[in-house]
Design a binder for this molecule. Structure first.
Ligand code: AHG
Ligand code: MN
Ligand code: MN
Length: 335
């Protein structure tokens, strides 16, 4: 395979699909640049004063990790300076960041989780960044919340970066899913996983089973069914849960597995599960579908949900299509 950097890949796509503008390529390039800088900090986080908490609480009521703040500010700074976005919504900020008139106002709105799984950083477990782009649809000259609050099916692009044993960027624009590995020696993301497809055979499941008592009966029955011996293999499904969505999703995408964060129906703090529609569920759902998989809340295709607010949470069940259908059938039957 010819060595191809993310920049060359974007330019190739631009040539093949005239609808893809230079603005879009520039924006993806800005995301890749910010990701490289975050990657550098994540890799040396154990050395500096970056680990631990800031003693603040973010809009989700969670402790803000120092690296959350760093990644959030860095992405906003680079994206604002890049001039390709009109609005930025992040998991860390209650409201959108509008791009002011003195800057260039681009035609894309971006929703992002700047650092996903950050509570795992203190123990050296992989974390990630998740992003989702929508075309500006509001009438005014500036971007607005309306540009961020669009159904997942309208995404122009979704992707994630995993800061793992190597750093990878995986993205889709609706033309398949492509993965790039960062070569730290030259600072380039190199195409390493073209046209990624999720294996249709499901071999593992990822869920925080400690919450089982809070789930509906159908979800409990489904997860129990995975522990029974599976006739084709003679083995039960393997349980694999990291507690970092990007890492759990990435493994399942490569190896074939289902991820679940169901609603906690008995926990008043998490009536809709934990994950955020705009920053986590919708982008992962777009990638999963593009890789041949599926994503549901149990009752609804994730990409069909029209968001009512920026920090909306939804249950997320994502994985190989047949497995997601089996989950839906069991939960529909038992409620
Ligand atoms: P974040 O660090 O962005 O707040 O996200 C954490 C999320 C996600 O990465 C993971 O799938 C989930 O929280 C794990 O939750 P539990 O610890 O409740 O299992
Ligand atoms: Mn997250
Ligand atoms: Mn986060």
């Amino acid at each position: 395979m010819r060595l191809k950097t993310i920049e060359q890949h974007i330019l190739d796509q631009q040539r093949r699909f005239p609808g893809v503008s230079g603005d879009f390529s520039g924006l993806l390039y800005d995301i890749a640049l910010a990701a490289k800088l975050v990657s550098k900090e994540v890799n040396r986080a154990g050395l500096g004063d970056l680990l631990g908490t800031m003693g603040e609480v973010n809009v989700q009521g969670e402790i803000v990790q120092k690296m959350d703040k760093y990644a959030n500010e860095l992405f906003i700074r680079i994206l604002t300076a890049g001039g390709k976005v009109c609005a930025i919504a992040t998991e860390e900020n209650e409201n959108i960041t509008e791009i002011h008139e003195d800057g260039f106002i681009g035609k894309y709105a971006i929703n992002m989780d700047p650092l996903d799984g950050s509570s795992n950083m203190d123990v050296n477990v992989s974390v990630g960044t998740i992003f989702s782009l929508h075309r500006k649809r509001s009438a005014g000259p500036r971007g607005s919340e309306e540009d961020c609050l669009q159904a997942g099916s309208k995404q122009a692009c979704a992707g994630y970066v995993i800061y793992g044993s190597s750093t990878m960027l995986v993205y889709t624009t609706g033309l398949g899913v492509h993965g790039f590995t960062l070569d730290p020696a030259v600072g380039e993301f190199i195409l390493s996983h073209p046209n990624m497809m999720m294996p249709s055979q499901c071999r593992m499941y990822s869920v925080n089973e400690g919450n089982a008592a809070f789930w509906d009966a159908g979800t409990r029955a489904y997860v129990e069914s995975l522990k029974a011996v599976d006739p084709p293999t003679g083995r039960p499904y393997a349980a694999r849960y990291i507690g970092s969505l990007v890492s759990d999703f990435h493994r399942n995408l490569l190896k074939g597995g289902i991820f679940l964060y169901p609603a906690d129906c008995k926990d008043p703090h998490k009536p809709s599960g934990k994950l955020r529609l705009l920053f986590e569920a919708a982008p992962m759902a777009f990638i999963a579908e593009q890789a041949g998989g599926a994503a549901t809340t149990g009752s609804e295709r994730v990409l069909d949900i029209v968001p009512a607010k920026l920090h909306q949470r939804v249950p997320l069940i994502v994985g190989p299509k047949d497995e997601v259908s089996r989950y839906q059938a069991m939960t529909r039957a038992r409620g």
